[in-house]
Design a protein around this ligand. Structure first.
Ligand code: GLV
Ligand code: GLV
Length: 325
């Protein structure tokens, strides 16, 4: 008999069919307590699950005693209780490689649109305001040859450094737990403390996963260290930035602007003060959201689940210690 799998994300038809050749697929709309109780039998027998941003905690895992593998269509996995999965011997699979270049494009989009006020002035054009002429309050600031600080020099940080340094001639500072020889050799990137990076960068780009250590890494004291002319870019996870402190810093003119793809609460509440600010570009967590990359991520997650449930995991495993026991 084929293993049972809960699918809680819509996938392209060909990928759903691929899953069906291996598994007895049960498709549900979400992982809410209501959905779980309505499909209690399917959750009780499921050996695998595939989806993305929904919460997978101990309470849910208790309803899934047969679970052996979870596969997420994302690089980030802060919504999974990894210790709980590992204790139960459940492998967690993610998609760390296929989205790198696309997310770096998104970060560069935030850098450019925020610096050049592209969203704000495009809205003015649509409102017919070009007719009265362009005054200096339509002007932006340069990007080329400015200093870019990258916090978190992983794959995405590297792809961002490549664009910024080789494409825009930007000197690169980076802060990461360990030195990155390749970043230093290819992009002349300089390793420094977070404080130095904050003080010297014109663009502070956060490319970090959400962990206990990165939660509110950027709060009032860190924002106070940034230049008044600097722009903060967050393309990792919202709670890496203390959003209240960021709003206060922007309101006080302590920093020049912010380009954000992620927020403490998503979707961003419509009454957020960030939405009132013309020096803020807010994107709806679209870091990896292109047709090509979302397809490739879904295909990767499908392959990951097949590998995990057939005992052939070679890569993309978050808790490989489970495989050894
Ligand atoms: C998107 O944010 C991801 O983690 O893939
Ligand atoms: C971003 O979430 C990363 O892990 O590089």
């Amino acid at each position: 008999m084929k293993p049972s799998v809960i699918l809680y994300k819509a996938l392209p038809d060909d990928l759903t069919q691929r899953l069906e050749t291996y598994f007895n697929l049960v498709q549900v709309k979400d992982l809410s307590p209501q959905t779980v109780s309505q499909n209690a039998d399917a959750f009780a027998h499921a050996e695998g699950m595939l989806g993305s941003s929904q919460t997978v905690n101990r309470e849910l895992l208790e309803k899934m005693p047969a679970l052996r593998a979870a596969s997420t269509v994302s690089v980030g996995y802060n919504n999974y209780d990894v210790p709980a999965l590992t204790e139960r011997g459940i492998v967690l699979m993610h998609t760390p490689t296929v989205l790198t270049e696309t997310v770096a494009d998104t970060l560069m989009t935030l850098v450019l649109t925020t610096a050049r006020r592209a969203v704000d002035v495009a809205q003015r054009v649509k409102r017919g305001e070009w007719r009265s002429g362009i005054t200096p309050d339509w002007f932006g600031v340069d990007v080329h040859h400015k200093t870019m600080g990258i916090v978190g020099m992983g794959r995405i940080g590297m792809a961002l450094a490549q664009r910024a340094n080789l494409g825009f001639g930007m000197p690169i500072l980076y802060h990461a737990r360990s030195r990155h020889q390749e970043a230093e050799a290819r992009f002349n990137a300089r390793h420094c403390s977070l404080d130095t990076l904050l003080a010297e960068s014109d663009f502070v780009c956060l490319v970090l996963p959400l962990t206990d250590e990165t939660h509110h890494l950027i709060s009032a004291p860190q924002l106070a260290k940034m230049k008044a002319s600097a722009i903060l870019i967050n393309g990792g996870r919202g709670p890496v930035v203390d959003e209240k402190a960021l709003i206060a810093a922007l309101q006080a003119g302590q920093i020049h602007g912010a380009g954000l793809d992620v927020f403490e609460q998503e979707p961003l509440p419509v009454d957020s003060p960030l939405l009132e600010m013309s020096n803020v570009v807010a994107l709806p967590h679209i870091g990896s959201a292109t047709f090509e990359t979302r397809y490739n991520m879904a295909a990767c997650a499908v392959d990951n689940l097949i590998a995990a449930l057939t005992g052939k995991v070679e890569q993309n495993c978050v808790n490989p210690q489970v495989l050894k026991s």
